[in-house]
Design a protein around this ligand. Structure first.
Ligand SMILES: Cc1cc2nc3c(=O)[nH]c(=O)nc-3n(C[C@H](O)[C@H](O)[C@H](O)COP(=O)(O)OP(=O)(O)OC[C@H]3O[C@@H](n4cnc5c(N)ncnc54)[C@H](O)[C@@H]3O)c2cc1C
Length: 421
């Protein structure tokens, strides 16, 4: 039987997995080819593991426009003065040395029938299996008055690198007693504790450098990740500095004017000095162009992260609609290992182990005051399902909080080595 795209669409995960392998072995070219789009937490890990574990049996190409990847994880610590920007940058030299063909370009389209990825620089790259890990893009019109053309006046700093540096420069340039505003995103979004760790780190910086400054957070949500821990920390360390306006108080009814530098929350206009707009998110655009999204995100099968729309495409990390895992670097890295194992199995017949996933998100509230939340997960027919979880408690000892922060530093060193070699 000749397999075409229509056969895959609507086919169950198990059947798709069975069908996918023969289509590759019958492809009639040299080594099987894996193309990975996006060299972040999901894509870099998947590319590295497939190249490393297949020992040259699979041709792996990574398409990533930037030459340095600046992690979003720990970017808040840079805002707080605990890290330098260079501490967050990682090059792709280790992946290249590990046998990955690294192509610095944008993927601009996917031809699922021809099984090729088009590049902005011209030409296209053929694949047998395609892994998409493009992270997030923003939903147009999500915050009234803001679009991408306003990102220099009102940065999101929700993609790492220059945006994070811009937000830090604006924070440092705030006048004495000025106002820092944040427009927080609706669920689901990248890194659930991220905005609130950012509030903590901005408060830490301001307390030391501009102690009469204020922080306003307009939030469309009634509650947020680790809320009790953050609010306890804000009261302990930054009393009177943070005004969080949740959904119940009109925090979702917000518009901004980047020219006038004003924020209007539930009808009340305020002049601000810095405005960090974190809009609603969706899967990185290439997932949409590949036709594997349904709404804002790309549905996947939990056992191997394969797309529900196409058995030869896999979607990792923030772009995926997978179930219970939060959109985090730890999650993307964990999903990438499951996917790499499954892709290698499909292409070379190597043993495929049952999918297991885990995640922990650490947040720093003040010097040596770290908290965490995490869980383990398993693949079910329906989704990646939570098995059990843990969270720091309010009122923990200073020693435990310090140990939690030290643990997070070990995690950062470990995950970046795991991604980039
Ligand atoms: C402030 C903040 C703090 C965070 N803190 C933590 C934390 O403490 N712990 C944690 O686990 N997670 C944290 N995260 C979340 C984490 O950064 C993301 O969940 C993670 O990076 C997702 O990995 P990904 O592979 O899906 O996307 P990314 O890591 O964003 O990688 C996507 C890559 O794809 C590339 N790309 C996009 N489109 C294309 C295209 N068309 N062609 C080629 N390449 C493309 C991009 O250039 C990018 O390099 C934080 C996020 C933020 C914003």
């Amino acid at each position: 039987m000749k397999l075409n795209r229509r056969v895959f669409i609507g086919t169950s995960a198990a059947a798709a997995a069975t069908l996918a392998a023969p289509s590759v072995f019958a492809a009639g070219h040299g080594k099987p080819r894996v193309v990975v789009v996006g060299g972040g937490a999901g894509g870099a890990t998947a590319a590295r593991y497939i190249a490393k574990d297949s020992k040259g049996e699979i041709d792996v190409t990574l398409i990533e426009p930037t030459r340095m990847y600046y992690t979003c994880f720990f970017s808040n610590l840079y805002l707080g003065g605990f890290k330098e920007i260079d501490d967050l940058g990682h090059s792709y030299g280790g992946l290249a040395a590990g046998g990955v063909n690294v192509v610095h370009d944008w993927a601009t389209g996917v031809d699922r029938d021809a099984k090729t990825v088009a590049l902005a620089g011209g030409g296209s790259v053929p694949y047998d299996k395609l892994i998409l890990s493009p992270g997030i893009d923003f939903v147009d019109g999500a915050v009234e008055g803001w679009d991408l053309s306003a990102q220099n006046a009102m940065p999101h700093a929700y993609k790492g690198g220059s945006q994070t540096e811009l937000l830090k420069a604006q924070l440092m340039a705030m006048p004495e007693g000025g106002t820092f505003a944040m427009v927080a995103p609706p669920n689901p979004y990248r890194c659930p504790p991220g905005p609130y760790e950012r509030v903590s780190m901005v408060a830490h910086y301001l307390k030391a450098n501009n102690p009469t400054a204020k922080i306003i957070v307009a939030d469309p949500k009634a509650k947020f990740s680790k809320q009790g821990l953050f609010q306890e920390g804000w009261a302990n360390h930054y009393e009177g500095m943070v005004d969080w306006i949740g959904e119940d108080f009109g925090g979702g009814n917000v518009s901004v004017d980047p020219n006038a530098m004003t924020v209007t929350i539930d009808g009340e206009e305020t002049s601000v000095d810095v405005c960090n707009v974190i809009p609603a998110m969706k899967a990185g655009r290439i997932a949409e162009l590949a036709g594997v999204t349904d709404g804002n995100w790309a549905p996947v099968n939990a056992a191997d992260m394969s797309s529900k729309a196409d058995g030869d495409i896999y979607v990792l990390g923030d772009a995926a609609s997978q179930g219970d895992m939060p959109k985090s670097g730890f999650s993307a890295n964990s999903q990438a290992k499951v996917c790499a194992n499954a892709v290698r199995g499909a292409l070379t017949g190597s043993k495929v182990f049952p999918a297991k996933f885990s995640n922990t998100c650490w947040s720093l509230i003040d010097t040596n005051d770290g908290v965490k939340v995490g869980a383990t997960y398993e693949a079910t027919e329906e989704k990646i399902a939570k098995v059990d979880g843990f969270i720091s408690a309010t009122g923990e000892s200073a020693d435990l909080r310090r140990a939690t922060y030290e643990e997070s530093k070990g995690w950062y060193a470990g995950i970046t080595a795991d991604m980039f070699g």
